[in-house]
Design a protein around this ligand. Structure first.
Ligand SMILES: *Cc1c(COP(=O)(O)O)cnc(C)c1O
Length: 488
């Protein structure tokens, strides 16, 4: 089709008016220009990636200078695209954080894999809208295939639906929306029509160490955080299942949504999902798993026992942009009841017909309408790694986390959590001293880790989630931390 259009252009140009000829010449020039612009951006991105193991991970930022570099008066007339790309690169320079690099250990995020990044570039280049199969059949087919692989790797039943959402937050919201829909339907309430005013009461039960996004999801869904009934955490930071039993038994007649967790954001601990799901179902409730990063434990035989029973849940939230090393923003909302999932989130309009029997998919399983084609990058990441590569990535990150724990304990610092996954919590003395060491490490630039408060103590939180991190990176980071902590 492309070639035919060009041939037609030539014929028209040969016989057309001078004005038309000029227009076509401009069009062709623009085509070459487009290649140049895309290549230019890709070269910048690749050069940046190549520099990652050498450049400071982060460091003190002059926010005023950074903002000034961006905030200039908006030009009246159009600017040359190539110049715009150069200007963007120059403006962003001092404010880009090397999260994609091998020594970034903050926020449980990993660096994007090469094929996944290239797929993301293609998704933008193709400019696909993954709203439905009419707007992008390829985007929906990629989501369907990648969704199948994800369910297989994560131990989620193949019959579950998959929504490609923006991240763990959106996946939690989607899962809890499906839970709310299902339990209120069961109570004879038409939620879609009547809303929550006057609706039968729902219970929401979650661990005291749940991720804060669960609370935001509850606010967005109109359930509010006062409805939360909190279950105690055990010593590792996982749900205390005896306490869950007690909480559920305290009000057996009211339908309950139980939010479980695979991967405590501080300790990495995974709930006993089998027991939690069984207890929830014995009470007629809905079990949701917030497995933003921890559900990836299922992808390796070595860590799979940590999330045993995950398959019993009713909905699952997981991230692509954390441990799978897919570019931001990418998360997955899975639901054991596809019809409920779509009922909670999809909509119909006069211009949308499914007379051809196209299956639900795309935006039916998300709270969005027009969407970036997220399936391409996930499909590419999973192909790039393969089943064994995903397992190896999980195992390697866990083993590097243990290397951090061993190295820092050997240097005399206290590792306070049981390192079962990719998270390590370290104390350097009292709270002030620990905060001081974390700040010194962040300013030093060798590596980056955040601080957290767990069980009332300030701690350094180390998350190993990137595919490029090696033992040498961990050793180099440990050396920097020990040097800075001893100088503190
Ligand atoms: C990161 C995280 C989230 C939120 O995920 P986003 O992708 O940042 O929206 C939710 N739950 C847990 C356990 C997380 O670690």
């Amino acid at each position: 089709m492309h070639v035919e259009a060009r041939k037609a252009d030539c014929e028209d140009a040969a016989f057309g008016a001078p004005g038309v000829r000029r227009g076509l010449a401009r069009g062709r020039a623009a085509e070459d220009e487009l290649t140049k612009i895309f290549q230019h951006a890709a070269e910048h991105a690749a050069a940046y990636r190549r520099s990652l193991s050498e450049r400071p991970v982060a460091g003190p930022v002059d926010h005023a200078a950074l903002r000034a570099a961006f905030s200039r008066p908006l030009n009246r007339s159009p600017a040359d695209p190539l110049t715009v790309v150069d200007e963007l690169v120059a403006a962003a320079e001092t404010g880009v954080v090397a999260t994609a690099g091998p020594r970034f250990f903050g926020f449980v995020v990993g660096g994007a894999l090469p094929a996944a990044t290239a797929a993301e570039i293609l998704a933008a280049g193709w400019d696909q809208n993954a709203f439905n199969a009419a707007l992008s059949p390829a985007a929906l087919a990629a989501e369907e295939a990648a969704g199948g692989w994800l369910k297989d790797l994560l131990g989620i039943p193949a019959t579950a639906s998959t929504g490609f959402v923006t991240g763990g937050q959106a996946a939690n919201t989607a899962g809890l929306a499906a839970a709310r829909q299902h339990l209120l339907t069961g109570a004879g309430w038409d939620l879609g029509r009547l809303g929550l005013g006057g609706a039968p009461r729902l219970r929401v039960v979650a661990g005291e160490e749940r991720h804060a996004t669960v609370d935001r999801s509850l606010r967005l869904l109109g359930l509010g955080t006062d409805c939360l009934e909190t279950v105690r955490a055990d010593g590792r930071g996982a749900l205390d299942t005896d306490d869950l039993r007690r909480v559920l038994a305290s009000d057996p007649g009211t339908p309950a949504i139980v939010c479980t967790q695979a991967g405590n954001v501080n300790t990495g601990a995974c709930d006993d999902l089998r027991t939690a799901c069984d207890l929830t179902h014995a009470h007629g409730g809905w079990a949701h798993v917030d497995g933003a990063f921890g559900l990836w434990a299922a992808a390796s035989p070595a860590t799979r026992p940590l999330v045993d029973g995950a398959e019993l849940a009713d909905s699952w939230a997981c991230d692509g942009h954390k441990w799978l090393n897919v570019p931001y923003d990418c998360g997955y909302a899975f639901c054991s009841r596809p019809a409920v999932h779509a009922e909670a989130l999809s909509y119909t309009a006069s211009y949308l017909t499914r007379a051809d029997g196209t299956p639900a998919g795309g935006a039916d399983y998300t709270a969005e309408s027009s969407r970036r084609a997220r399936g391409f990058a996930t499909w590419a990441a999973l192909r790039e790694l393969g089943r064994d590569g995903v397992a190896e990535l999980v195992d390697r990150c866990c083993s590097l986390a243990r290397r951090f724990a061993d190295g820092l304990s050997a240097a005399g610092f206290e590792v306070v959590n049981d390192v079962t996954l990719n998270q390590v919590l370290v104390s350097f003395g009292d709270d002030a001293r620990t905060d001081h060491v974390v700040r010194a490490v962040q300013n030093d630039g060798t590596c980056w880790m955040g601080a957290t408060t767990w069980r009332g103590r300030r701690l350094m939180r180390i998350s190993v989630s990137g595919h490029t991190t090696t033992e040498a990176d961990v050793d180099q980071s440990i050396a920097a931390i020990v040097r800075l902590a001893r100088a503190a």
